[in-house]
Write a protein that binds this ligand. Structure first.
Ligand code: URA
Length: 233
């Protein structure tokens, strides 16, 4: 009989993230809970309300893991018993930056963990003439160069938008190593493109899918995230 401390096993095809990921990729641990949430997100029969619920749950897990990558400093406090406790506190200030529009879905999860966090926004779209990612709008905290940045975008497909967004952050003085990219579903192509462009940016991703299809959708994927989160039934 299995010991009572044994966690349920996932089916073999879900149990492990691909082994040859770029070194800056940090996938969430593949638990039954995470796999079940992702299954709900992938199901085309999932209603909008349920999709939002599942996505918000995964976002919360991503934010919690992203915060684990921030440095801490020793800090001593006095407890109500009158004793000193030698603990730690976060070293620096943070902010969020969402890549519009899908990344805005991740802002609530960040606010739940970091009350009153400053959040900037970047809008990037494909230039129809050049087919390259083009910056349309950026509103960022004025002191962003002094902060760690949690960059938010749920789907990492080719990496074009995220790479452009990182370029904008670096232009505003944010060192590459202070950027943590939080993402729900990624694919090997996008992760490799990100690593090639900005190897010091940490990527925390909930799930690495198999590939991109011809239409540049992630497969098996979950379809158009923004449509499903913000507009569909
Ligand atoms: N954006 C999405 O919403 N879905 C994909 O599969 C790829 C990019």
């Amino acid at each position: 009989m299995a010991s009572c401390s044994t966690k349920p096993q996932l089916p073999a095809h879900l149990a492990k993230a691909p082994s040859s990921l770029p070194p800056n990729t940090h996938p969430l641990p593949r638990t039954g809970q995470l796999a079940a949430l992702l299954t709900g997100l992938r199901n085309k029969e999932t209603s909008r309300g349920a999709f939002v619920f599942y996505a918000d749950r995964v976002n919360r897990l991503l934010v919690e893991e992203g915060l684990n990558h921030l440095p801490v400093l020793e800090k001593t406090v006095t407890t109500p018993t009158g004793l000193d406790y030698n603990g730690v506190g976060f070293e620096g200030k943070i902010c969020g930056v969402s890549i519009m529009r899908a990344g805005e879905s991740m802002e609530a999860g960040l606010r739940e963990c970091c009350r009153a966090v400053r959040i900037g926004k970047i809008l990037i779209q494909r230039d129809e003439e050049t087919a390259l990612a083009k910056l349309f709008y950026a509103k960022l905290p004025e002191d962003i160069a002094e902060r760690y940045v949690l960059l938010l975008d749920p789907m990492l497909a080719t990496g074009g938008s995220a790479i452009k967004a990182i370029e904008v952050l670096i232009d505003h003085g944010v060192p590459e190593e202070r950027i943590i990219f939080l993402n729900l579903v990624s694919c090997p192509e996008g992760l490799q493109a990100m690593y090639d462009a900005y190897p010091k940016v940490k990527i925390v991703t909930a799930w690495v899918d198999e590939a991109l299809n011809q239409q540049k959708y992630i497969v098996p994927g979950l379809g158009d995230f923004g449509d499903r989160y913000f507009t569909s039934r």
